[in-house]
Design a protein around this ligand. Structure first.
Ligand code: FUC
Length: 840
């Protein structure tokens, strides 16, 4: 007990030192006395220290005692999953599993990130280019529905649809005599990325552990019992179609599921399962493996497809053999180290409540009845980070509409990459929530879309550069799909924001030069060629407009009483293009500054500047005072439509800010109020984000609470409905945005802290400009912050509303405050320096 107490004391002090000192490397090299002296010189007021002690103990406890207490990083349940949206996800970016946790009938539904039906094909419509001028003429003359009819005949992809991402299959373990377990518990520990199932049968205590290893590329499971000879089960694998399973393979008793998509003509896939018992026996029964009376069992599962590999069988066999040789303990050790290296970068405490002790599904039920549960909000945030790590690791395909977790052969919306909000939303947390490497699969996908997107740009629009419409798949689909609403040629332009954001957060100029800028330039090149001058007689005659255009999926009513979705220059287009052009101009300036002759792409820059000046202005409706969604002030048949596309300028764009463009911000506030708070999961997440950017923390929280109550399944998956992972990622990013913002040329601390989270701290969020940020707050007010610079830079710090920056220390030394007229304080930091801020 004494030893434990002492250990806890040191851990708490360690946490505090890390908390104040930020960079653990810079503190561990100092002797303990110096560290303590540094701690006592802290500028943080005494209350914050006491508060920190309590939280330090909390963080420490959370790391130590995962099994006995629920812990702040644990999803847990008192019963097995009955439906898929109760099962718990594991994933390594590539190989996913949904663990149901049934005692007599364990079920793990499996996915491989590349398992897509369909294939590559040129789907351009040869009539599109010829029809374009006529479609435009009809649109400009207000004959929107005639234009839509013509476009639907001539401009759609051939065929105008994609095929689905698919399940890999199911692994089922049937356990004889296990019908009446007691003391059941099922949990997902986010800190170890491990699902654990525990139960008793009689006086024997059983444990199952499952994880998907990014290091060793296998899904590993371990079944143990505290009594010998108690583990017996049969293992089977199946899939709803196009596969067969055999229970023996050369070189061992392995279960092999293999098949091919597209009725056997498409991509080949394979999953292999190796069962390694300790004690007992292993045998084959038809298509199943049978374990009898083992002491413990390790299961290793690998998968591969011909999307990436010539010989899936050899890949699976190699991975399984290597993993078997390594052994479960070593697999687990490396999995933990790899996972925690990324996952532990961010810590978040939003406060606690009595509901912390409840199982996750019961906590959600309590929120439905009105409870506020700050611990659940923090858990949801960390779950979002966990999901991004599990579905988007370097080298993998990006997270699709269901991440990598999909039980279907024909998934909702094909579990595709929807580019009119959903795919982008998946990546909102990547930079701010300190998982920057998880962003990479999106850049790889973009690179892979350039050839097909250039072909479509040329054949459909006679344009240079590259285009993506409102969805894509694993096969380079870039043409319009799903009806006329799919003619939305600004998908690539929006995607181009992502590599630039990666640069803004990292200041990695090599990335900017080699990867981001070429993508952005191609995206902008297309837009420059696609824009046309609005003719005389239209409200914005002489301006450069997009035509055809949509405000994604929303309809308007014209003066003649007809409704349509098809238009020109929808507000969102203007905002996306503005964002892309400004980003390109900034990028050119950065790259020019580093060029020997200070010149870089000057002509292209001039083209962008001149086009920017000719874009139509954003307009505020005279009828409603809200931001106009279309070029004309049309009536809205569905004022509460789920898409709020014209909000792009507020987020993810930065064209509209409360201080920079107060009228537009006010108009958007009206837009959002008219739309209302309720919507699909991802829409709630976007609106939470919007209110965070409007610096209204309470409203942001209200919508997030609605998402928990009405848009979240028992396993915390977002419900569009059905399950769609974008809401998880969007809300995770929105929580970060409530605590820290960095888009408006300043680092805003606690810009939208809701009243329900009066005390807390966050560590490891990232801000644009190459900073990592910690913030502590108490009684609804910011107490202190610590900025760690990853590169040289000048920053402006904005304190929370009604507060001021009282003191700043850089590298431990007090510095003269440099207040700016706009209420911010200037600070210049060199790479590696830390800046401690006291707020008052
Ligand atoms: C857009 C949304 C739907 C759904 C789909 C995947 O079409 O309007 O709600 O999220 O994407």
């Amino acid at each position: 007990m004494a030893i434990l107490g002492c250990k806890l004391h040191f851990m708490v002090v360690g946490m505090l030192l890390n908390w104040r000192g930020g960079d653990p490397d810079s503190t561990t090299s100092l002797p303990k006395e110096k560290l303590m002296a540094r701690f006592h010189r802290s500028l943080v007021p005494r209350f914050a220290v006491l508060f920190g002690l309590a939280l330090g103990a909390w963080f420490t406890a959370s790391a130590g005692a995962v099994e006995e207490t629920p812990g702040p990083l644990m999803l847990w349940y008192r019963q097995p999953a009955k439906q898929w949206v109760e099962a718990l996800p594991i994933g390594n970016g590539r190989l996913g599993g949904m663990v149901f946790g049934g005692v007599a009938d364990e079920h793990i539904q499996l996915n491989d990130h590349t398992l897509w039906a369909g294939g590559p094909k040129d789907r351009c419509n040869p009539q599109a280019l010829e029809a374009l001028p006529e479609v435009r003429r009809l649109l400009f003359e207000g004959k929107n529905n005639e234009a839509a009819a013509l476009a639907s005949r001539t401009m759609m992809g051939i065929p105008p649809r994609i095929e689905s991402y698919q399940t890999l299959g199911d692994l089922r373990l049937t356990v004889p005599g296990a019908e009446k377990p007691t003391d059941y518990r099922r949990q997902l520990d986010l800190d170890t990325a491990t699902v654990k199932v525990q139960y008793r049968l009689g006086d024997a205590q059983f444990t199952r552990e499952f994880f998907s290893s990014a290091v060793d590329q296998v899904l590993a499971a371990r079944l143990t019992c505290d009594k010998p000879g108690q583990i017996s089960f049969t293992a089977a694998m199946d899939r709803p179609q196009e596969s067969e399973t055999v229970a023996a393979a050369p070189g061992g008793l392995v279960l092999v599921l293999s098949g091919a998509t597209n009725g056997g003509k498409g991509m080949k896939f394979q999953a292999q399962l190796k069962v390694i018992p300790q004690g007992g026996t292993l045998s084959i029964d038809g298509k199943r493996l049978v374990v009898d009376k083992a002491d413990a069992v390790t299961l290793l599962l690998a998968s591969a497809t011909t999307y990436r590999h010539k010989d899936p069988e050899a890949v699976c066999r190699g991975q399984i053999e290597a993993a078997a040789k390594k052994g479960f303990e070593a697999l687990r050790k490396d999995h933990l180290a790899d996972h925690q290296k990324m996952f532990r970068r961010v810590k978040l405490d939003l406060g606690s409540s009595a509901n912390d002790a409840l199982p996750t599904d019961e906590r959600l039920e309590a929120v439905k009845k009105g409870a506020d549960d700050p611990g659940l909000a923090a858990l949801y945030f960390q779950f979002g980070r966990y999901l991004l790590m599990g579905s988007s690791r370097p080298g993998c395909l990006p997270a699709n509409l269901q991440g990598i977790w999909s039980e279907h052969i024909k998934a909702p919306w094909n579990a595709d990459f929807h580019t009119n909000i959903n795919l982008q939303m998946n990546y909102w947390p990547a930079e701010a929530c300190n998982l920057t490497e998880c962003h990479e699969p999106l850049f790889d996908l973009m690179d892979s879309l350039v050839p097909s997107g250039s072909n479509t740009a040329q054949k459909h629009y006679g344009a240079r550069g590259w285009v993506v419409h409102h969805l894509t798949d694993a096969w380079g689909f870039t043409v319009p799909a799903d009806g006329v609403q799919g003619i939305w040629p600004v998908g690539a332009a929006w995607l181009c924001q992502h590599p630039y954001e990666h640069y803004l957060f990292s200041r990695d100029k090599e990335f900017l030069a080699k990867r981001a800028y070429p993508l952005m330039k191609g995206g902008a090149r297309f837009i420059l060629d696609f824009l046309v001058e609005a003719p005389k007689g239209t409200p914005v005659a002489g301006k450069l407009v997009t035509a055809p255009s949509h405000s994604p999926e929303n309809a308007f009513r014209m003066a003649n009483g007809q409704t349509s979705k098809f238009t020109y220059a929808a507000t969102m287009d203007i905002e996306i293009i503005h964002d892309l052009f400004i980003n390109c101009i900034e990028a050119i300036d950065v790259l020019a500054a580093d060029a020997p002759d200070k010149k870089f792409d000057a002509e292209f820059r001039a083209e962008l500047v001149s086009a920017l000046k000719r874009l139509p202005p954003l307009q505020i409706s005279k009828r409603t005072g809200a931001l106009q969604e279309w070029i004309e002030d049309y009536d809205e048949p569905q004022p509460q439509h789920r898409h709020v596309s014209h909000m792009f300028g507020l987020h993810p764009g930065r064209m509209i800010t409360p201080r920079g463009t107060p009228e537009l911000a006010e108009a958007l506030r009206k837009t959002l109020n008219r739309r209302g708070d309720a919507a699909t999961g991802w829409s709630r997440a976007w609106k939470t984000m919007a209110w965070a950017r409007l610096e209204d923390g309470d409203h942001a929280y209200r919508i997030f609470k609605g998402l928990l109550a009405h848009g979240t399944y028992p396993n915390l998956f977002d419900a569009c409905p059905p399950f769609q992972i974008d809401g998880n990622f969007g809300a995770t990013a929105a929580i970060a945005e409530m605590l820290l913002q960095s888009h408006a040329g300043e680092i805003a601390l606690l810009p939208a802290l809701p009243g329900v989270w009066p005390n807390g701290q966050v560590k490891g969020l990232r801000a644009r400009g190459g900073l990592e940020v910690e913030i502590a707050w108490k009684d609804g007010k910011g107490a202190s912050a610590l900025l760690t610079a990853k590169c040289d830079g000048r920053h402006k710090l904005r304190p929370p509303k009604g507060q001021k920056v009282a003191e700043i220390r850089i590298a431990g030394q007090p510095v003269q405050l440099q207040p700016n007229a706009d209420g911010t304080v200037g600070v210049a930091l060199k790479a590696g320096q830390q800046c401690a801020v006291v707020l008052q």
